[in-house]
Design a protein. Structure first.
Length: 436
């Protein structure tokens, strides 16, 4: 009897260890340092003022300049430092949450365990121990439920329609309207600034207009809701936009659909944008260059959960890269390094049921429709200039193997798109497409 009780006790302990035994240590990593011929194995501690602190296998503290690491390791260090800063920033939430089901699960679970032991002692039938397995399951689910279920009790203020109108109204290429649920933003997807210049990782797309209007407008919830458990943009939202800039241009996840930092690998222009496979221009980092047009201290964009995105701040930010205000409103802020904006989606969003993480797409979502087949990346090409020759007519110039190539393209009111690809020797190839 004592042996059986001991086994049962061990079983309880082991189940709890399995349920909660998640480590928090960083495994040793191999580092490429220019001044060292060998590969260095050490744990990352922190980076401060351009100095990286590591701990080797003998627990000796190493101090190495950030510039001495390989580009890949530098990006890792920057990402890791940002992550450490974010997760260690205390979050002050102006709401409370409670898990109503948890106490009942744990209580019933322990009752079943005790009932199982009592029945076994009384009848000597080992089948009675089956109740203990069911009870342990309920206890584990109850313990995990404290981290996965929450009921929010505070409502954030609704968005002010007049304020939203003033922000998006700063751009004459944007029109707005609203109903009882959403504030709608309409644009043609072409910003009033230079595009594409500076891209060194190019998939041969160029900006063309898209009809973000009518039933295909961008939509901002008028009454945002706080999500009980904000989803990380590192593992979600890699399809479609996560926000809309004040100039009517969508903002996508800073990670591309392969999970890479689009900015770090040279996919973005000097304004933080590029074109997708449908020749749709969008940003992947916060468009802080819009601050002068919307006004100092005003939001530069709105996330699709309904919360505004502001420029950089000296105020402490939570793990979502945002902060609550005294009136319980919430706002995101841009930072200079990855994840740039919205580390986690603080607000509640609805997903496209046809998508799954990490490509779970937020709905409603304006759609794009290209006019030509998507092309492949042009390895080694760097876009050197992009100019508007006349309305709806553009020239993009790029360098490949020290030679200059260019593309003249444009469109007419009849929906016909013409492309001319000019080679360094002056020869060219033309193609045209009709928008359906």
């Amino acid at each position: 009897m004592k042996q059986l009780l001991l086994i049962l006790l061990i079983q309880i302990i082991s189940f709890n260890l399995l349920a909660h035994g998640h480590g928090h240590t960083t495994p040793s990593k191999s580092w490429e340092v220019e001044q060292r011929s060998e590969i260095l194995y050490a744990d990352f501690i922190k980076e401060k003022d351009g100095i990286v602190y590591l701990s080797d296998k003998n627990h000796a503290l190493l101090k190495i300049s950030l510039d001495d690491f390989s580009k890949k390791d530098q990006q890792y260090i920057v990402d890791k430092s940002t992550w450490i800063e974010v997760v260690n920033t205390p979050t002050k939430l102006p709401y409370s949450y409670s898990s109503k089901l948890t106490p009942w699960l744990i209580t019933v679970g322990f009752f079943l365990v005790l009932f199982s032991i009592f029945r076994f002692i009384k009848r000597g039938n080992r089948l009675q121990l089956v109740y203990s397995l069911l009870g342990l399951t309920l206890v584990i689910v109850g313990c995990d439920n404290t981290n996965t279920s929450a009921v929010l009790s505070t409502k954030v203020p609704a968005n002010n329609v007049d304020f939203l109108t003033s922000i998006f109204g700063a751009f004459n290429t944007v029109t707005t309207r609203h109903d009882k649920q959403y504030f709608y933003i309409e644009s043609n997807g072409i910003p009033n600034h230079e595009m594409m210049t500076g891209i060194s990782n190019w998939q041969q797309q160029v900006p063309i207009p898209h009809a973000y209007s009518g039933n295909n407008s961008w939509a901002i919830p008028l009454q945002p809701q706080i999500a009980a458990f904000p989803l990380s943009t590192k593992n979600n939202f890699m399809k479609g936009a996560i926000a809309i800039a004040a100039n009517g241009i969508p903002i996508f996840n800073p990670l591309n659909n392969r999970g890479e930092d689009a900015n770090a690998i040279g996919e973005l222009d000097h304004w933080g944008g590029h074109c997708g496979r449908a020749d749709d221009y969008h940003y992947h980092v916060p468009p802080t260059h819009l601050q002068t047009q919307v006004g100092e201290g005003q939001p530069i964009a709105y996330a699709l959960d309904g919360f505004p995105i502001y420029g950089p701040t000296s105020e402490p930010l939570d793990e979502c890269l945002g902060r609550f205000n005294a009136d319980s409103s919430y706002q995101y802020h841009a930072i200079k390094e990855y994840p740039y904006l919205i580390a986690k989606m603080r607000g509640k969003v609805t997903f496209n049921p046809r998508t799954k993480a990490p490509e779970n797409e937020i709905m409603p979502q304006a759609k794009t429709k290209g006019v030509r087949p998507a092309l492949e990346p042009l390895r080694g090409a760097t876009i050197t200039s992009f100019r508007k020759n006349q309305p709806n007519q553009y020239t993009l110039t790029y360098m490949l193997e020290q030679k200059i190539f260019s593309i003249n393209y444009g469109w007419g009111t009849d929906g016909k798109y013409s492309f001319e690809f000019i080679n360094p020797d002056g020869s060219s190839k033309q193609s045209s497409y009709q928008r359906e």
